[in-house]
Design a protein around this ligand. Structure first.
Ligand SMILES: Nc1nc2c(ncn2[C@@H]2O[C@H](COP(=O)(O)OP(=O)(O)O)[C@@H](O)[C@H]2O)c(=O)[nH]1
Ligand SMILES: [Mg+2]
Length: 327
């Protein structure tokens, strides 16, 4: 070990040794490489860390290939990926069928759904991917599903409003915590030091048509309303679906930005999807990684103080802005 490594290096090294899967290990090593001073004295260490990354990448690919074969890998499509989670029979599959063109099996008995199934939900002029999943509770399901849940943009906890809703949410949160997946609390990074995955979450109370649904919904809102968006729907009767789509879009915390070339009409068909509060510079980067550097300024219609305002890279964009880039 070369001397003079900063304390953060040893913290990252500890994370590496505690990491449970190859991707977490790779992230820790990359952090170590970033922290350590680069000079002759660290050449050997750098080379050995890079070799470790290469080996772990192969391992990670193999794991992913296994998941793909098993169907527990869902390719992300559209403006965001929302993964359903919850106990059996809460109507997750019915909800996917109601909101998308996907046709999952729906049945009165539990464990009808055995693998995750995606579908695309149209919202305004974009498509949001929804993923139906097998119910949590089985260790094998939990292990395989964790790879899907950990990368979701939003986890939608689906509960049955005909039954004790708080119990169902607590059960789901406990199951997710077993996979090291927790909701955000304050300003926290996506993956914390101890390998916990922080994922945004929303609660969907389904079966609003059943007796008792009204008071169960009130219980949900009282208990969780401050921490999560809570929606009520009946997937069976098609009640509340429009409001749900809009609540899910809001919970994704994304914006749509339309681009325009100077002298041309704006492309109002395919918006660029950005995180809420994204800047003009980030919009340019999303289009092409070198574009941010080349960009001089832009003209914005929508969020500017007046229409057609010239703005710089640090300008914060809003949903539905039209942006004309100048290089
Ligand atoms: N009353 C009522 N029943 C529903 C609703 N949504 C689903 N169900 C029924 O609940 C059962 C379980 O639905 P399913 O979608 O398979 O649940 P999953 O296990 O969460 O995927 C089926 O018999 C559905 O017809 C709803 O909104 N209202
Ligand atoms: Mg199902």
């Amino acid at each position: 070990m070369p001397a003079n490594l900063p304390p953060q290096y040893y913290e990252a090294d500890k994370r590496f040794r505690n990491a449970k899967d190859p991707d977490e290990k790779i992230a820790a090593i990359q952090e170590m490489l970033g922290i350590m001073p680069h000079h002759k004295g660290t050449d050997k260490l750098q080379a050995s860390l890079r070799a470790k990354i290469a080996r772990l990448s192969q391992e990670s690919e193999r794991t992913l290939a296994t998941y793909r074969r098993a169907g527990f890998y869902i390719r992300r499509e559209g403006a965001g990926q929302i993964v359903f989670a919850g106990p059996a029979n809460t109507g997750k599959s019915q909800l996917l069928a109601a909101l998308t063109d996907a046709r999952p099996d729906i049945a009165m008995y539990p464990y009808t759904t055995q693998t995750p199934m995606p579908g695309m939900m149209a919202y305004k002029d974009i498509q949001i991917q929804l993923v139906d999943t097998p119910p949590l509770g089985h260790r094998s399901v939990r292990i395989l599903l964790s790879s899907v849940l950990r990368v979701a943009d939003l986890i939608a906890i689906v509960v049955d409003l005909g039954q004790d809703p708080v119990y169902q949410v607590e059960y789901t949160l406990t199951e997710l915590a077993e996979s090291h997946i927790v909701p955000p609390s304050g300003a926290t990074p996506e993956v914390t030091a101890d390998g916990t995955y922080i994922r945004r979450m929303a609660i969907i109370g389904n079966k609003s048509d059943l007796p008792g649904a009204f008071s169960h919904l009130r219980q949900l809102r009282e208990r969780y309303g401050a921490s999560f968006p809570v929606s009520a729907v009946s997937a069976l009767e098609g009640e509340g679906l429009t409001e749900l789509a809009s609540a899910l879009y809001d919970a994704l915390e994304i914006i749509r930005v339309y681009t325009k070339a100077p002298g041309h009409k704006a492309d109002m068909v395919e918006p660029v999807i950005l995180r809420r509060n994204a800047t003009l510079g980030e919009a340019a980067e999303a289009i092409h990684k070198d574009f941010k550097r080349e960009l001089k300024y832009a003209v914005v219609w929508g969020s500017g103080r007046f229409q057609g305002q010239t703005v710089s890279k640090s300008h914060v964009l809003q949903d539905a802005d039209v942006v004309e880039f100048h290089v």
